[in-house]
Design a protein around this ligand. Structure first.
Ligand code: GTP
Ligand code: NA
Ligand code: MG
Length: 485
């Protein structure tokens, strides 16, 4: 149990599951936003972090009349994609979290990426709860907006309750086949050994209060040591984004420690414009001179409905510009946007380090290189293959995973992260003399500069662009089939 006054950080919760199980929609439902409908093909391609302050959770769980004290400052929730190519993103998300929500579509039961997610969680010994989502799709379901699930179930007809129970038994059996005991959360007497199932609807909100309360209560009850705040910094770059008025920014998850304005930071980067191959063009620092970069602003992104939260945070807020709240320092766990010089070279998916007064910069630079090792190993030793380019390290990893020999088997000779520039076209063009079809750039979720496009036309380099991975493959395959004819 928690002692009052204990210094806890917010638990980090990861949402996992099969494609279209409703992971993003569940987050939308808690936030009151609509991110999911804006996604290409309704597929989440990155991991994003959302912070729910304790106050939010208190309001959403009021009807459950739980006298549970909330001792954690909030809950940081990380969304992950369910599409099969994103194993690496799911893996990274699950690596960051203290607890997870495994979302299972009530109409489908366990599916391939549900099982893959389950295996990631087992491997890391991560606690999780099961959200049995889309209960509103049971035939004849009566909507009880945002109601606790037991209250909603009482309103349902015998037929609905029967279908609910039948489908529940089915999924419990499926989990059993995976070696896990599961049970409806309010009947679960052995939490820790038996995993809890929370029925939810991301459309009408039934079961959402139960899900939130269960997450907070369980982490507070069983993870005090882990959640005790530590000054040892642990921080991961999720995304690199250009934001009007701020220039290039990075979105990070601060797992532990404190970030301050003016901190000297080091992140793994790609040097833009260099002609050498990628191996040598990795620079470990975000700035040009090889010196660490300095955090100019720490920002928290706020949605409109969070205005009341702004009020409560005003004591630490410096000023509010647009939707961002500026801070002098931010404590873990939190999802933060950072502005600093040179961040355009930063690679999403890598760790961020702060150079302390007693740290050796060279050691820190070496540490930042670690994260790039896995993608570098994917480059074909023969030197023959297509050139692939993606928006983040995570999406590049996903694309490489998709192309590897045991999957669709397209060899890769070069990689890059960020927009396609002339230098990328030049590198790809080397293949034209060896194997014409490999004189190709597979560009995933990135822009192509006008100059790069002109040069590609001139040299005969094919550039395929898509914001869904398997569409890239379809285009490339059609191109090869055409060449053969
Ligand atoms: P990926 O990010 O692609 O892995 O999918 P996801 O798990 O994030 O699913 P998403 O939130 O994109 O939802 C997929 C579809 O299911 C969308 O059309 C949603 O509107 C719908 N959906 C999600 N949750 C519910 C629910 O509780 N009830 C109903 N009826 N539809 C839902
Ligand atoms: Na989806
Ligand atoms: Mg999604």
């Amino acid at each position: 149990p928690v002692q009052s006054g204990q210094n806890l950080r917010s638990p980090i919760c990861c949402i996992m599951g099969h494609v279209d199980a409703g992971k993003t929609k569940l987050l939308d439902c808690i936030r009151g936003t609509n991110v999911q409908e804006g996604e290409a093909g309704e597929i989440t391609q990155q991991i994003g972090a959302t912070y729910f302050p304790a106050q939010n959770i208190r309001e959403r769980t009021r009807e459950l009349k739980a006298d549970a004290k909330l001792n954690v400052p909030g809950l940081l929730v990380i969304d992950t994609p369910g599409h099969e190519s994103f194993t690496n993103l799911r893996s990274r998300g699950s690596g960051l979290c203290d607890i997870a929500i495994l979302v299972v579509d009530i109409m489908h039961g366990l599916e391939p990426q549900t099982i893959e997610s389950l295996n990631l969680l087992k491997m890391r010994n991560t606690e999780f709860i099961v959200a049995r989502n889309k209960v509103d799709r049971l035939y004849g379901w009566k909507t009880c907006k945002n109601a606790p699930i037991t209250k909603a179930m009482k309103q349902q007809s015998k037929d609905v309750q029967f279908e609910f129970n039948t489908r529940l038994t089915q999924v419990v059996t499926q989990f059993k086949e995976q070696g896990l005991n599961t049970e409806l959360y309010y009947k679960n007497k052995e939490m820790g050994e038996t995993f809890s199932i929370v029925p939810t609807s991301a459309i009408s909100g039934e079961g959402i209060p139960d899900m939130l309360l269960l997450l907070v209560q369980w982490t507070q009850k069983t993870m005090i040591k882990r959640l005790t705040f530590s000054n040892e910094m642990q921080c991961t770059v999720l995304e690199v984004k250009v934001i009007e008025g701020y220039g290039t920014t990075i979105d990070v998850v601060l797992v532990n420690g404190v970030l301050h304005e003016g901190d000297q930071i080091v992140v793994c980067g790609l040097q833009v414009g260099s002609n050498c191959d990628l191996n040598q063009s990795i620079v470990n620092t975000a700035s040009d001179e090889g010196a660490p970069s300095q955090v100019t602003w720490l920002l928290l992104e706020l949605a409109l409905h969070e205005i009341d939260i702004v009020e409560s945070l005003k004591t630490i807020a410096q000023l509010v510009i647009g939707t961002y709240l500026h801070h002098k320092e931010i404590k873990a766990a939190q999802g933060i946007k950072i502005t600093a010089q040179g961040l355009e070279h930063a690679i999403a998916g890598t760790s961020l380090y702060v150079v302390g007064p007693h740290d050796d910069l060279e050691d820190i630079k070496e540490a930042t290189m670690e994260d790039m090792k896995s993608v570098m190993s994917r480059i074909d030793k023969s030197g023959e293959g297509v050139y692939v380019q993606a928006s983040t390290l995570g999406s590049l990893e996903a694309l490489l995973e998709f192309l590897k020999p045991s999957a669709v088997n397209i060899p890769v000779s070069g990689i890059s992260i960020g927009p396609v520039h002339k230098k990328d076209v030049i590198k790809a063009s080397v293949m034209l003399e060896k194997k014409k079809e490999y004189g190709t750039i597979l560009a995933f979720d990135v822009k192509i500069t006008q100059e790069a496009r002109e040069l590609a036309d001139e040299l005969g380099v094919k550039i395929f662009i898509a914001d869904i991975i398997y569409h890239l493959f379809d285009q490339f395959k059609a191109y090869i089939d055409n060449l053969k004819k």
